[in-house]
Design a protein around this ligand. Structure first.
Ligand code: SF4
Ligand code: SF4
Ligand code: SF4
Length: 198
């Protein structure tokens, strides 16, 4: 991964935290005054401080696969050699992680990429959202043993914005609510990165 791509991902991480994982393009289309109606100004969102990664998000969503996906906030991640969202066996030798590390994700959706180029250096962890089913296992592990950089989001481009979210009704932590987002939300950072200004 080159530096620009890395910075773009950092920007994405910040954006994700600010508004719950909406990409600039999605927001842009939703905030277009020509097409945006009042209903598009509210989205269902997960409060990462309340969510425990219990697993209900994977199965309670009316969509299959779930509109809920995991993300890794690059601003909070420590780029560790051993990531608890990635593997569950801490004692494994660094050079054996990729071939023998016991994966946390049942779908192998947590990706690990060397940033420093050395087996004991820094690593970038990201989620392949095409593989992620929103089961929350990586989030739970990262929350309990890591830096809490992984969390679940409801993707507005996948969510059909049910009038009453079935996951919100079932969430034991009451972590899901409708939230307003509007032009005042800060996603200019990512736009600047994507348009090559940094
Ligand atoms: S149901 Fe609630 S606590 Fe469980 S994973 Fe979803 S948001 Fe988190
Ligand atoms: S462990 Fe679950 S939530 Fe995490 S990336 Fe894999 S499928 Fe998604
Ligand atoms: S509003 Fe509907 S589609 Fe969206 S996350 Fe909730 S149950 Fe899934």
């Amino acid at each position: 991964m080159d530096r620009r791509k890395f910075l773009v991902n950092l920007g994405r991480g910040a954006c994700v935290l600010a508004i719950g994982g909406v990409t600039y393009r999605v927001i842009k289309s939703q905030l277009n005054p020509e097409t945006a109606g009042p209903s598009t100004r509210f989205v269902w969102a997960i409060d990462p401080h309340k969510c425990t990664g219990c697993g209900i998000c994977e199965t309670a969503c009316v969509r299959t696969p779930s509109a809920v996906k995991a993300v890794n906030d690059q601003k909070k991640c420590s780029f560790c050699v051993v990531c608890y969202g990635h593997i569950s066996d801490k004692q494994i030798a660094s050079d054996k992680i990729m071939e023998a590390g016991k994966r946390v994700c049942p779908h192998n959706a947590v990706l690990r990429e060397s940033y420093s180029g050395t087996v004991d250096g820094t690593f970038i962890y990201s989620i392949d959202d095409k593989l992620c089913t929103g089961c929350g296992k990586c989030v739970k592990n990262c929350k309990e043993k890591g830096t809490q950089s992984m969390f679940l989001i409801i993707r507005p481009d996948l969510c059909i914005a049910c009038n009453s979210c079935n996951i919100a009704a079932k969430c034991p932590e009451k972590a899901i609510d409708r939230v307003w987002f509007g032009p005042e939300d800060d996603f200019k950072g990512e736009y600047a990165l994507e348009s090559g200004q940094y």
